[in-house]
Design a protein around this ligand. Structure first.
Ligand SMILES: Cc1cc2nc3c(=O)[nH]c(=O)nc-3n(C[C@H](O)[C@H](O)[C@H](O)COP(=O)(O)OP(=O)(O)OC[C@H]3O[C@@H](n4cnc5c(N)ncnc54)[C@H](O)[C@@H]3O)c2cc1C
Length: 357
């Protein structure tokens, strides 16, 4: 069963003109459910004009600090506009327990970490920076943070305080796309050229243990390939993507309808809470997640874009293919894990299990 639990808004801080930082507290009986690892996110649900929307926000605090998210208003965006403009202390938000695998579970020791963030992509990385630096007095962190201008930098004061506190161990390089800087290197966007120019004197991928990247898709790809070119192994580069382009829903629906009409169906079994549910689904145009929910199975989901990891399932029988995957590592896919929101049947019969549900 997928559960949402009430969280009370205990503080609101309007960090920039467009961003709000919201502190939340679970009920005493839910405290254990809401324990989290640095880098994880919360998924909220809320009705907007009669439609339930689910949106994920990374936790920007350490486990010791508690639940806090930083939300940047997106022009015309439903949840972020509501959070920035209408959320008040004392309000309740419904949230799923923390999820996500961005971060590291390794011993941080005297190691050196890199972070590359753009805009609101700083949120999970801030949690990692604070946890890594406070967790070991030898650990080091270098952050490259891209924004349009100084006024749009989220957590500007907190990053400054961290710099004061960890003078020799924390280094932050701000890169501004909309404001000229005295040093040309710090103007522009974080792309492959910028990375190569920063590598060496400013950023040392050769001595870094791991790199964390969070920002727009193009920036993440550019930074990752620059890091790989600089010799960093792929499995040491971690991503968190906040959104991805999706194929048009209307087109997919039409393909599913055509498959149904042509009798082009497969037999699907979805195991939820240990109980198997078997139904027929179109071979094309409908994801396993959508088919399961159409058959009243309470399958978990959030972004529906292959970005978050809420809808993970395991293939027990048959073959499926994923349209997009920004959340699972190669070895997890090899082990049979799939993002069911992106998962389409390839064989005549499939069985997928939602584990932990
Ligand atoms: C794992 C994860 C972690 C995340 N962490 C954070 C975080 O820490 N901080 C943060 O700020 N964000 C984060 N995000 C992004 C966040 O979840 C939302 O996607 C974001 O806030 C936008 O949601 P919204 O409801 O405000 O906008 P939406 O209503 O989803 O709109 C998004 C865009 O689509 C446009 N749009 C909406 N409806 C239509 C339509 N019918 N036709 C055309 N265009 C339309 C809007 O104008 C807007 O530009 C995260 C996402 C993921 C997956």
């Amino acid at each position: 069963m997928q559960d949402f639990f009430p969280l009370t808004v205990t503080d609101i801080n309007h960090d920039t003109r467009d961003a709000v930082v919201v502190t939340l507290a679970p009920r005493a009986e839910d405290a254990d459910r809401f324990r989290f690892r640095p880098g994880q996110y919360l998924t909220f649900r809320r009705d907007f004009d009669g439609e339930e929307l689910r949106r994920s926000y990374s936790i920007c605090a350490t486990p010791e600090e508690g639940l806090r998210v930083g939300i940047k208003r997106v022009e015309g965006g439903a949840f972020s506009t509501f959070a920035k403009g209408d959320l008040n202390i004392g309000d309740t938000l419904e949230a799923m327990p923390p999820q996500g695998r961005f971060g590291t579970e390794e011993e941080t020791g005297g190691k050196h970490y890199l972070g590359f963030a753009a805009g609101s992509g700083i949120t999970p990385i801030l949690s990692l920076i604070k946890s890594i630096l406070s967790g070991n007095d030898q650990a080091k962190f270098t952050l490259v943070y891209g924004n349009r201008s100084v006024s749009s930098v989220m957590f500007r004061r907190e990053l400054g305080d961290l710099k004061d506190r960890y003078l020799d161990r924390f280094n932050v390089i701000h890169v501004f796309s909309g404001e000229a800087q005295e040093i040309e290197l710090f103007s522009g966007r974080i792309d492959a050229d910028k990375c190569h120019a920063l590598f060496g004197p400013w950023v040392r991928p050769d001595t870094a243990e791991m790199a964390f990247i969070c920002g727009p898709e193009g920036m993440m790809k550019d930074v990752a390939s620059a890091l790989e070119e600089a010799g960093m192994p792929k499995n040491r580069i971690k991503f968190e993507l906040f959104g991805a382009a999706q194929p048009g829903r209307a087109k997919l629906k039409a393909r599913a309808e055509a498959a149904r009409k042509a009798g082009n169906m497969v037999k699907a079994t979805v195991i939820m809470d240990g109980a198997p549910h078997t139904f027929e689904m179109p071979r094309e145009g409908q994801s396993v997640l959508e088919a399961a929910r159409e058959h009243d199975i309470d399958a978990p989901f959030s972004c529906k874009a292959g970005v978050c990891s809420t809808c993970i399932g395991r293939v027990k029988k048959g073959d499926v293919e994923m349209a997009q995957n920004y959340a699972l590592e190669d070895y997890e896919v090899e082990a049979g894990l799939v993002l069911t929101c992106q998962c389409y049947p390839v064989s005549d019969e499939i069985t997928i299990e939602y584990e932990g549900h």
